[in-house]
Design a protein around this ligand. Structure first.
Ligand code: PA5
Length: 445
């Protein structure tokens, strides 16, 4: 279990700048570790791996077992940090076709992360004639997208099973005391799990927010937390020179200061697609404020070498790539030998696809670096639970340190409110705040 940062595809000039930024990075790490920076009441994730063995952790495993025995379909309702981590973990560990190869687990669908009528209707269709459980996740308990979805699925469950049986099939993850969802859960006697006060949505995958759906999928959440603990022990104690997490934070900031305003997260494994989305939220929401921030984008190669590959190789030189290179794979498929060899592939017959994929990784890193796109390579041992936990902690710490180095509060997201307020005003929500927005926008309902 490990992540290793390779500097092989970074220029001597960029590598030399690491010494110049070292003190800034060390200071940013110190204010993270000592909880002295902006947003320091949201640092609960920092020592979470040291104290995860709680009564609630046991209950997550018990509820997961119960859900697995009770339903064919498990609907996870949430948006942003309230769903991305769980979905990323399940796809990373079980693959994108999880629902086809799920073994004893129920099919898992994610709802409430958009307002598309077609999307929710598709999930409702899947639920027809099947036993269903729901986990609704919202820290604030008032986010519109999951709230609408939960209304729909509550109605579905209550009309299918009646109120009493529906009650046993609804699992709520929300604030311990506040919010509409907490009120609904208390009033109806739903089983609840708590989103810790001191952990924001995008840092919450290793809390009940992510762990319940991940455990329902059949993943080993103990191993995941052990992986996170190993990362914490390593990256909070190693000196800068040996600390790949701090070096990653350093290189991102160096590249940004050198005009590289876009970070393209790249993986050569489709199982990483949702991890890319999780990374985009983590870094985009944490750093993009006060007129600053690297824009995170993502690709799955070699697929996207046949679409975005062109602009990456020869477009405006304003980006760098962070490649998560999964070194080992248990999946074995070799290229077959063909006597006729019309496609001229016999020269690689017998070779494992995983090895060919890693050669593509290397070839692309060489081409993109030569094309003016610096590559940070993060070698990850393999796609298992321990490595997932390790990787999550690596990126969370790197993000906090990176954000403080950039001079922003990595734990708030004030910009997310603007669209929400306008949408609620346009929908006719009552209240002075919304009246004022309507006046400002000159809208008469
Ligand atoms: O990272 C965040 O804080 C956000 O992405 C939230 O998770 C997202 O907006 C959902 O919020 P809530 O859990 O309150 O419904």
């Amino acid at each position: 279990m490990a992540i290793k940062l390779s500097e092989k595809y970074l220029s001597e000039d960029i590598k030399a700048k690491k010494q110049e930024i070292k003190t800034e990075i060390e200071n940013a790490f110190k204010i993270t570790a000592n909880k002295e920076g902006k947003g320091n009441d949201f640092l609960g994730w920092y020592d979470l791996p040291d104290r995860y063995q709680t009564q609630e952790f046991k209950e997550i495993k018990e509820s997961a077992k119960e859900i697995r025995s009770m339903c064919d379909v498990f609907v996870v309702i949430g948006i942003g940090g309230s769903y991305l981590g769980a979905r990323a973990a399940i796809e990373f560990l079980k693959g994108q076709m999880f629902n086809s190869f799920r073994g004893d687990a129920p099919e898992i669908y994610f709802s409430g992360n958009n307002i598309s009528s077609a999307s929710i209707n598709d999930i409702l269709k899947v639920c027809e004639g099947k036993d269903v459980c729901v986990n609704v996740i919202s820290k604030s308990g008032k986010t519109v997208e999951p709230a609408i979805s939960f209304r729909i699925f509550r109605e579905f469950l209550e009309s299918k099973y009646g109120k009493e049986e529906a009650k046993k099939r609804i699992f709520v993850t929300t604030d311990k005391a506040r919010g509409a969802l907490k009120t609904i859960a208390d009033k109806n006697g739903y089983k609840t799990f708590v989103v810790p006060d001191d952990i924001g949505g995008r840092y919450s995958v290793l809390t009940p927010v992510g762990l319940l759906p991940i455990a329902v999928a059949g993943c080993d959440i103990d191993a995941m937390l052990l992986g996170a603990k190993a990362a914490k022990d390593a990256f909070t104690s190693l000196p800068f020179e040996e600390n790949d997490c701090l070096k990653y934070a350093a290189y991102r900031n160096i590249l940004y200061r050198n005009g590289k305003k876009i970070e393209l997260y790249a993986s050569y494994n489709p199982c990483f697609a949702l991890m890319n989305e999780w990374l985009k939220q983590l870094f985009g929401e944490s750093e993009g404020k006060d007129g600053k921030g690297i824009l995170p984008d993502s690709v799955i190669y070699s697929t996207d070498l046949h679409s975005l590959g062109q602009i990456v190789q020869q477009g405006e030189r304003n980006l760098f790539e962070t490649v998560v290179d999964i070194v080992n794979s248990d999946s074995k498929t070799a290229v077959p030998f063909d006597v006729e060899d019309f496609d001229e592939l016999n020269y690689i017959s017998g070779r494992q696809m995983h090895d060919i994929n890693r050669i593509a990784t290397k070839a692309t890193a060489i081409a993109h670096t030569e094309g003016g796109v610096p590559n940070i390579i993060l070698e990850l041992d393999k796609a298992d639970e321990e490595n997932f936990g390790y990787m999550v902690y690596f990126f969370e710490l790197a993000c906090a340190v990176s954000g403080y180095t950039l001079g922003v509060n990595p734990f708030d997201q004030p910009g997310v409110e603007a669209y929400k307020a306008n949408m609620l005003a346009l929908l006719g929500k009552e209240g002075e705040k919304y009246d004022n927005i309507r006046k400002e926008l000159n809208i008469n309902l």
